[in-house]
Design a protein around this ligand. Sequence first.
Ligand code: G3P
Ligand code: CA
Length: 265
Amino acid sequence: MAQDPGDIRRPGRPAVVAHRGASADRPEHTIGAYELALAQGAEGLECDVRLTRDRRLVCIHDRTVDRTSSGTGVVSEMTLAQLQELDFGSWHPHGRPATVLTLAELITLTLDHDRPARLFIETKHPVRYGGQVEDLVLEELKRFKVASPPSVDHSRAVVISFSTVGMWRIRRQAPMLPTVLLGDAATLLRGVAATSVGATAVGPSIAMLRDRPEIATRAAMSGRATYCWTVDERTDVTHCARYGVDFVATNHPDRVLRWLESTPS
Ligand code: G3P
Ligand code: CA
């Protein structure tokens, strides 16, 4: 593959996506975790998004704030102002006080970086506000002028989900935006779901790809990329590279980049 300055993919190896930021070294979904990932050389950033009671998009994985903040409660029942009163950093062994991260702040960080980086935004389902999450993600991407990229390979944003309905909502409203359909091995191997929602990539877990590496080869034959998560072990990184995986999501972008760069392609 010839190197293209606008394309985050790298010749002969998967591009490295920081899963929830450099989340082994910093508290997940904090600005510090994403700044560190970019400083370490990650080519992509992954985040989960949820809607608050006042319909603001925040980067939080769990349904509640209990595990990752100083507070308790359900994200969808809290306002952004209430979330902003909590500390999302100190729970982590390498953490310090940090505020909740909004999707807008993370898009800004991604677009302001001094080399192209791509943001993989995961919408969670089922959720209280249903399809509003995809509608508001798209609204935000339009506001930042990244909802209609010139091509899939030059997109600064990707929407990913286990929900086929969620993927279809994106495809219907933003046909140029890349999407990753996550799912079980049988679903991803058959390819029918990915085809019917127009997904540009499939997203197996590393456990699935260890057992069924043909998920990646079949996806490539169908013109789809493969995004594999969460790839933290060296043998798994080698496995992904061998089977032509395009993107690996990892909690350890620094060491995965080191391994990939020291492994002959
Ligand atoms: O990147 C996909 C992966 O993050 C899905 O699992 O639970 O970590 O969001 P989860
Ligand atoms: Ca995720």
